[in-house]
Design a protein around this ligand. Structure first.
Ligand code: TYD
Length: 137
């Protein structure tokens, strides 16, 4: 698994004069059963979130409102993804170091997750994360 496995998922969008509607179905629009939803809001200007990787957890990250950047790092490559559409999600597989920054004022970041919160699933130290990656030799 690497950042090439992380991708933008185009979500269904029902466009009407009354407004737009987007829906997400587990195992259909995201490649996992959705076990948890959380969201970041009231993020102060200049703040950074994330700064960790997950052993097992898979996520879909959506800019519900406003915009922010997600930096993905698999220990070999880094990629910055700008999210600003509520009908697009960024799928992040396991064993990816991620950092979120560049939050616009009033932005809301919603995350769909493949499992319940479990602190034991986190790598919060970058060197520990790198050491846990399979050897490339
Ligand atoms: P963390 O995952 O570090 O946030 P972020 O990646 O957005 O910077 O979580 C911040 C705090 O919230 C930490 O103390 C753990 C707690 N938390 C929960 O209790 N449940 C959850 O589902 C999440 C995502 C975090």
């Amino acid at each position: 698994m690497g950042i090439q496995d992380c991708r933008i998922v185009e979500l269904p969008k029902i466009h009407e004069p009354r407004g737009n509607l987007t829906f997400i179905e587990g195992e259909r629009h995201v490649p996992f059963d959705i076990k948890r939803v959380y969201y970041l809001y009231d993020v102060p200007g200049g703040a950074e979130r994330g700064g960790h990787a997950h052993r097992e957890l898979q996520q879909l990250i959506i800019a519900m409102s406003g915009s922010f950047d997600v930096v993905l790092d698999d220990g070999t490559s880094r990629r910055r993804v700008h999210l600003n559409r509520s009908y697009q999600g960024l799928y992040v597989c396991s064993m990816i170091w991620r950092e979120l920054d560049n939050f616009s004022s009033g932005s809301v970041c919603m995350v769909l997750a493949s499992n319940l919160y479990d602190e034991a699933d986190y790598y919060r130290d970058y060197e520990d994360f790198i050491a846990a990656l399979p050897s490339r030799y």
